[in-house]
Design a protein around this ligand. Sequence first.
Ligand code: BV8
Length: 256
Amino acid sequence: MTPAVPSPAIGALRDARSIVVVTGAGVSAESGIPTFRDKADPDALWAKHDPMDLATAEAFMRDPALVTRWYEWRLCRCTACRPNPGHVALARLEALVTRAGGAFTLLTQNVDGLHQEAGSRNVHELHGSIRVWRCLSCATEHPMPDPPFREHPLHCPRCGKGILRPGVVWFGEMLPESALVAADRALTNCDLFLSVGTSAVVYPAAAFAHGARAHGATVIEINRDPTPLTKLADLSLMGKAGEILPALVGEAFDEG
Ligand code: BV8
């Protein structure tokens, strides 16, 4: 079902010269990857687990086998899922905007790699990637072997003694410097900011819309439910990202 998209959103997309998009777990929900806080989703990750028991460095040091198994389970879900029309629409939008000489930056909180698989190019993984793991002893990075893992936790294939942790950003950990620099540069210069499929409660990503707004950007939120950002946004498009994004990009750029 193709949703009706308000003409101001179509005009804003068509006129934008520099777009920043922030995405969260909601953009991967229609690919079959559970979200974190979605009250309507019994599989939501934080509905079943306390994030402080699984998504912190302390939790990993306390029980590396448990946290390794949880990320192994999530990795299984990620590798079994494919990009949905929402991911594809964002990759198409980037191609259209950059081909016309504009700028496009995708800042994702997701760790599943689906934006890149859909063809998005200028992607910055604010919270790292589940597909790369790092040795706590020699700090080397390793692409994740396909599950099931041979041991829990995994030992470093290079030094043999360190254990591997997922290359994600846990609570209390700094975001990658390169992603923060890219975000700062893009937010300072953008004229359109899209927030897609995020509950807008995890910082510093949740503050990006405010920064873009302060620099004069139009803020559009695409989400299935209201969030703390909804009242700040210039436009709030309620619904599924996998339906709204293709309709929005199609209305803005397809002739006829
Ligand atoms: C840091 C691990 C320095 C990876 C995650 C102020 C400034 C700076 C930091 C803080 C601050 N205040 C508090 C902090 C600390 C903390 C924080 O933000 N806490 C919150 C909870 C209050 N931030 C940090 O620790 C960050 N580090 O800033 O370092 C520092 C440190 C300490 C103190 C000060 C400074 C690190 C943040 C990263 C944490 N890592 N996970 C992993 O395992 O994946 S967080 C977790 O939440 C995920 O990474 C996820 O990316 C992130 C955000 O969740 P969402 O993606 O938004 O997903 P959610 O389920 O919540 O929402 C989905 C939405 O989609 C819903 O609205 C739903 O309705 C909607 N939806 C569903 N289906 C659809 C849909 N929408 C559209 N279409 C659909 N089909």
